[in-house]
Design a protein around this ligand. Structure first.
Ligand code: GDP
Ligand code: MG
Length: 303
């Protein structure tokens, strides 16, 4: 075991490039939520991949809020805090679009900071055949021709095992830091509530923006008469306004049903068994301004 390796790996990149999707794929479980809505990831979350030769601890970073005039500043501020204490930095780029300002900000920061990093070109499945060469050239120009990179598709899994090997190669020697079967540092509550919040973001888009929190009220394993077990989960979605409550419940409760169905199927996968999910919606005006509420709903009050 003396040659065992371990270390922290952070994925940097502008919002929506697929950082969370990639972490999920790499560790093979859904632990971090993803959505087409930027700023989905709010809390720092660690995903753990344990192999025979090493243990990789991926740190997912929170996304960035909207104000575009501050984008560069915020990306760099986040990057600064994200690279603290990590062993490997992975710059994630979205090959389905041309390189943009956000990519450049982060890359320039890493270079100026003399941070070693590896590059991942994600969403390769979305690039048309005729465009592939052009895209490669565009991104090579951004990162420098001599820089190694790995092409992946986080959603399909292509290139992921190569990326894991690349990371394991670079990891320093070290002991296993988490138990072998641990895949995440977050509590079950946090993971479950994020699954609900994810579906709220995906299904409501701008209508119920970021003023939503989810609190898990109860997790209970119940044994039925026939001996079969299921997990009963009760969760409250907290919004700031009555109008948002209406949107979330939807016509004849349809919206809440849609949210519940997908959240429940993700929960089933995580828990590895049947789940009964009950969702409630509650209005708490200005909950985001109350620190006690933030803590109650599981937020780290750090940015
Ligand atoms: P993050 O903000 O960087 O964490 O990005 P997410 O992981 O939340 O992903 C943003 C969106 O891109 C989601 O809708 C993902 O499903 C999608 N996505 C991520 N990776 C890929 C990929 O390789 N291929 C395709 N087609 N979609 C992807
Ligand atoms: Mg994310």
């Amino acid at each position: 075991m003396n040659n065992y390796k371990s270390g922290f790996v952070t994925l940097l990149g502008r919002p929506n490039v697929g950082k969370s999707t990639l972490i999920n794929k790499l560790i093979g479980e859904k632990i971090t939520i993803t959505s087409p809505v930027a700023q989905t990831t709010r809390k720092k979350l660690k995903g753990i991949l344990t192999t025979k030769v090493g243990q990789i601890i991926f740190v997912d970073t929170p996304g960035v809020h909207k104000p575009h005039h501050l984008l560069g500043e915020i990306l760099v501020k986040n990057a600064k805090s994200a690279i603290k204490g990590v062993d490997i930095v992975v710059l994630v780029l979205d090959s389905s679009v041309e390189p943009g300002r956000g990519d450049e900000y982060i890359k320039d920061f890493l270079v100026a900071n003399k941070t070693e990093f590896i590059v991942v070109l994600n969403k390769w499945d979305l690039v048309n055949k005729e465009l592939k060469n052009l895209r490669l050239d565009q991104y090579k120009k951004l990162i420098g021709a001599s820089k190694n990179f790995q092409i992946v598709s986080a959603s399909e899994g292509d290139g992921c095992s190569e990326l894991i090997d690349m990371i394991l190669n670079l990891l320093p020697k070290g002991p296993m830091l988490y138990e072998e079967d641990k895949i995440c540092d977050q509590s079950l509550d946090n993971l479950l509530s994020d699954f609900v919040r994810e579906q709220v973001l995906i299904n409501t888009r701008e209508e119920v923006p970021h003023s939503v929190a989810v609190k898990i009220e109860k997790i209970q394993e119940i044994k039925k008469d026939n001996g079969k077990k299921f997990t009963a989960i009760m969760a409250t979605i907290i919004v700031e306004r009555t109008s948002q409550k209406g949107i979330l419940i939807g016509k004849k409760g349809l919206m809440l049903k849609t949210i519940g169905q997908t959240a429940r199927s993700n929960m089933k996968r995580l828990i590895n068994g049947p789940v009964h999910l009950e969702l409630f919606v509650k209005v708490i005006p200005n909950w985001r301004k109350k620190e006690s509420k933030l803590m109650e709903f599981g937020y780290e009050v750090d940015y």
